[in-house]
Write a protein that binds this ligand. Structure first.
Ligand SMILES: C[C@@H](N)C(=O)N[C@H](C)C(=O)O
Ligand SMILES: [Zn+2]
Length: 195
């Protein structure tokens, strides 16, 4: 029988095992938007705020965060693994692959290989990235030219260290990063246990 719960802490942990980021480090800041009502669905679609990812994604993200910490910043996380059912809900609201991946194909979030993130400074203040998280418009694009020099530099900082740590950026959303090998893994609809 296939379980619809994420299989965790299996004795044979390998790079594609789903793990909880907080079990590996306390160096991240969290604002798991879909575990709140402060998101574009205007409803809490996760029962609790946990960041599950494939172990290989966790390793790459920790490597990236170390580089940001050396510069006085930290990664703040908005979303990690996302069950396919939630992707379907998102797609009914925003059926535009520039902003929400088509569930027929599956997002790399559904594969445990994507993260939605920003940067905070040493006092925990978010860097100005020009738009809010999940602003679905041209202004959120890496290629949008009419942003201030500060915003441009902040986006470049995020993109440079993430792409140097094994992630690809996503042109239409400054916050979304895909692990380079993330498309090789299976889409999942498993949910996680909330204690
Ligand atoms: C919904 C948004 N946060 C996001 O992650 N979009 C990308 C394109 C996705 O759904 O994979
Ligand atoms: Zn995303």
């Amino acid at each position: 029988i296939l379980s619809d719960k994420l299989e965790l802490n299996s004795s044979a942990t390998n790079d594609t095992t789903f793990v909880n980021l907080k079990e590996y480090t306390s160096d991240f800041v969290y604002d798991m938007k879909y575990a709140t009502e402060d998101n574009f669905l205007k409803t809490k679609v996760y029962d609790c705020a946990e960041c599950f990812l494939r172990l290989k994604t966790v390793k790459a993200l920790i490597e990236a965060n170390k580089k940001f910490i050396e510069k006085g910043y930290k990664i703040k996380i908005f979303d990690c693994y996302r069950p396919l059912d939630i992707q379907k809900k998102m797609w009914t609201i925003v059926s535009n692959p520039k902003y929400v991946a088509n569930p027929a194909k599956g997002s790399i979030h559904n594969r445990g290989g994507a993260v939605d993130i920003t940067l905070v400074d040493s006092s925990g203040t978010e860097l100005d990235m020009g738009t809010t998280f999940d602003f679905f418009g041209i202004e959120a694009s890496h290629n949008y030219p009419k942003v201030s020099e500060v915003v441009k530099q902040n986006r470049i900082l995020l993109k440079t260290l993430m792409t140097n740590s094994g992630f690809n950026s996503f042109d239409s959303e400054w916050w979304h990063y895909n692990l380079k090998s993330g498309l090789n893994d299976k889409v999942s609809n498993a949910k996680w246990d909330c204690k």
